[in-house]
Design a protein around this ligand. Sequence first.
Ligand code: ATP
Length: 483
Amino acid sequence: NDEIFKNVISHAKEYGFVFQSSEIYDGLSAVYDYGQLGAELKNNIKTYWWKAMVQMHENIVGIDSAIFMHPKVWKASGHVDGFNDPMIDNKDSKKRYRADQLLEDKIARYEKDGKQDKADQLQADMDTALKSENLSELRDLIINHEIACPVSGTRNWTEVRQFNLMFSTQFGAMAEGSEEVYLRPETAQGIFVNFLNVQKSGRMKIPFGIAQIGKAFRNEVIARQFIMRMREFEQMEMQFFVRPGEDKKWFEYWKTARLKWHQALGTSAEKYRFHDHTKLAHYANAATDIEFEFPFGFKEVEGIHSRTDFDLSQHQEFSGKKMQYFDNDLNEEGKPYGNYVPYVIETSIGLDRMFLLTMINAFEEQDISTEDKKDSRTLLRLHPALAPVKAAIFPLTKKDGLPEKAREIMNLLKLEHNVTYEEKDAIGKRYRRQDAIGTPFCITVDHQSLEDNTVTIRHRDSMEQERVPADQLERIIAERVSW
Ligand code: ATP
């Protein structure tokens, strides 16, 4: 499994999907750049999400709020005081670790060694310590379970301290009089502070949702597993505003709807599972994660949280503005008209994790040997709607007017689709390159094409070829790449 993950990472780099940020300067840890194909794939994932959430729902609209927000937002949301990880330093190696992560690694070790009782006990002790924010108890657990620093091998630990995950910077030109602002650690607050603006200007009626895609920043202390945990990443979030008392119903609705969204991409059902939270964040009355089976185990890709009226009430209190909704419809149902602070169901998915999931799920090293020849190919079995390049157009040879004919076809297709042209190397080699980046169709222009305007179209997954009239290509491709 480690092997598969390593192969996906090097494949992503080799073909221009993901690069380490500032690589020529040896990189910046846990920050990544998307290359020419990665940017396309990422955009296609965004479009799939936006269409499913905004375009397909009459009562959901999308916004694009700024990354910088008033510092009070993060006071109100609880992030200034509560968005912390408990950290511990090793005095010899000077390395810093998340205390809970060290303990979790130890629990995993106990489990591996068949010491299930010890594992369960440590898990319970850690949960208690985390819940009561008992930092010295966390340290005691690390000492008592003889956890050593992975780098120095010693057990010379400092105290445990809380470390805030928000990045801050100075707002305004002069240091003097400038104000400290944060880079947002989630996109959700941009939605909450615009609740009234959107509700009024869009004349939205409850239940309704506000969606947004955007960057978020967290100073993660342990950054590992490639683009799973980054310091700069992107979220696709939707906050759904409902009547108090209807929150449980909508929570269940969005759980089902979001899992369906994942599975519509053709991923096998066993790869996904829900992980319901038993320990709830201060703002939630129900929460679940949608987990995917990565090569390193089941891990969260998306969170669905029933956030009660916590966020809007907090902003009401901190801003002094009424964050209420006047519900006309209640009267039609024979209940008195009412003003209330709506309850919120949140669906929050990491775009980068979805990208990684998509790459891992699509990656295949396939044996295509025949009786007389050993052969293999590397394949990205991407859903055609997600594929960065929809079709590659090849002239069979570089002469006899075939390149001109091929470019003519490409010029027609490129109005609607991202297509590419390639004339170098043998056709077989050109197919392999397109297989490796997930292109669903390869179109070959040969001498017959000049006579009857037909071309061969070769399908990525089946490798089957068929001859079709060139003027039908647009329709054939459009059919397969649409949702
Ligand atoms: P984790 O427990 O993995 O740190 P979280 O529970 O803090 O995640 P949320 O705050 O619920 O995550 O954020 C919603 C989604 O944003 C997550 O499901 C994940 O896909 C994504 N996400 C969160 N932190 C990161 C990160 N550092 N890098 C990439 N994606 C992230």
